[in-house]
Design a protein around this ligand. Structure first.
Ligand code: ADP
Ligand code: MG
Length: 406
């Protein structure tokens, strides 16, 4: 796989380089509400711009339905990007239409042009190979093509698990290079699947077990301990025969959970560690009356909404000696104040790990930010939740595979 540095060696001055970035950030009142992904994308832009490249950036935002939708415009992202770069950003009003074609043709060395949301074009996400390829051809055309020095840099880690035109097909049309962000994410994730330093502890939470079955299946043989919290722990508790009241429960997954609970370490102990106490309430509200109950005695009519203090200690102990940690999924409904303590305690324990600690997942990363825990105390916070889980499941990531194959 050729990297951005390989491209730079050939010289990029005057060449139009198409970069696929992950600029899928939260917006509020027409402004960027969290610029983490924009910041993470800057290094590649800067490297190219400093060397006189003409940088065309393709990105998506949200899930528009294949046609322009002002709610999902990248306009606010262009503004924030210009602020962070400290230089003007040209913004095309379409993806591959008149505006994009004129603006890309008129670019000067060291300029950056951001295209409008690629998902405004139905070809981006189409299941029809021809329709996708057609859109990719139009994107490639903006660079002038290979003969005129056009090239493609894949840097949208959060999108590499998608077989989309600007992620996959484009790399079949232009000389292609792996961007720094994708390179760094893959390097960290390979440490988790290769031969991680031990003890290796994985913490999973979040809402749905069914979303995470595949990752549990592939990680359980490799880990020393799997700590389970969040909404998914109740299906495990039910699998042990406990009542879980009105907590989240996926009855069709209890059988799978029972199988996971049977996976044992050399000493015969289950590798899966479940909560011992749970914060319950009748409803998810800011002023809910909460109580802490044993995990095997959740009263009827109550919802389990966070792990309890005893569990935070147990999980903390399991993490204390760990040399490698992967954490995905909040321990409770952290968005609502009475249920944030478990996620806070867990996040602090992960941050204190003296080894490689990796946080993956959109909501988990958001929790770390909302809790104002120093991002630097984690080894790595992945920008791509879905992509990192699919990698850990052992799935092929189309946007990475295409760089290796072609
Ligand atoms: P990530 O995006 O980090 O992969 P998920 O999307 O799997 O995480 O899960 C995040 C969601 O899980 C959060 O919105 C949180 O409110 C919810 N959640 C966590 N614990 C519970 C619980 N006990 N009951 C219901 N929802 C929960
Ligand atoms: Mg999520």
């Amino acid at each position: 796989m050729r990297t951005l540095d390989d491209l730079l060696k050939h010289g990029v001055k005057g060449r139009r380089i198409l970069v696929r970035s992950d600029l899928n950030v939260p917006l509020k009142d027409g402004r960027v509400a969290g610029d983490g992904r924009i910041r993470a994308s800057l290094p590649v832009f800067v490297k190219l711009l400093e060397r006189g490249a003409r940088v065309i950036v393709a990105a998506h935002l949200g899930r528009p339905k294949g046609e322009p939708d002002p709610r999902y415009s990248l306009g606010p992202v262009a503004d924030r990007l210009a602020q962070l770069l400290g230089s003007p950003v040209e913004f095309a009003l379409d993806t591959v239409g008149t505006s994009a074609r004129l603006m890309s043709a008129e670019m000067k060395d060291g300029e950056l042009l951001l295209l409008e949301n690629v998902r405004f074009n139905p070809g981006e996400t189409s299941k029809d190979d021809q329709e996708r390829l057609e859109f990719a051809r139009h994107l490639a055309f903006l660079t002038g093509g290979e003969d005129e020095g056009g090239a493609f840099v894949e840097d949208a880690f959060g999108a590499v698990h998608r077989k989309h035109a600007s992620v996959y097909d484009i790399a079949t049309l232009l000389p292609h290079y792996c961007g720094d962000l994708v390179r760094d994410e893959l390097a960290v994730l390979r440490q988790l699947t290769g031969s991680p330093d031990r003890p290796y502890v994985v913490v999973l939470g979040g809402s749905k077990v069914s979303d995470k079955l595949a990752v549990i299946d592939s990680l359980l043989p490799k880990v020393d301990r799997l700590l389970v919290g969040g909404g998914m722990c109740f299906t495990f508790l039910a699998a042990q025969g406990h009542e879980v009241g009105d907590s989240l429960l996926e009855p069709d997954q209890t059988e799978a959970c029972r199988g996971f609970l049977d996976v044992r370490d050399e000493d015969g102990a289950s590798k899966v560690v479940l909560p011992t106490d749970i914060v319950v309430a009748a409803d998810v509200t800011e002023h809910a009356a909460t109580s802490v109950v044993p995990a095997n005695a959740i009263p009827p009519g109550q919802k389990g909404l966070d792990i309890g203090p005893d569990t935070v200690r147990t999980f903390g102990d399991a993490l204390a000696g760990a040399k490698t940690v992967f954490w995905n999924g909040p321990m409770g409904v952290f968005e609502v104040a009475p249920f944030v303590a478990g996620t806070r305690g867990l996040a602090e324990a992960v941050a204190a790990v003296d080894g490689l600690s990796v946080v993956g997942g959109g909501d988990s990363a958001a929790a770390v930010r909302a809790l104002k825990i120093d991002a630097g105390s984690f080894g790595h916070i992945s920008t791509g939740g879905g992509a990192s889980l699919e990698f850990l499941e052992g799935k092929t990531l189309p946007g990475v595979a295409v760089l290796e194959e072609h």
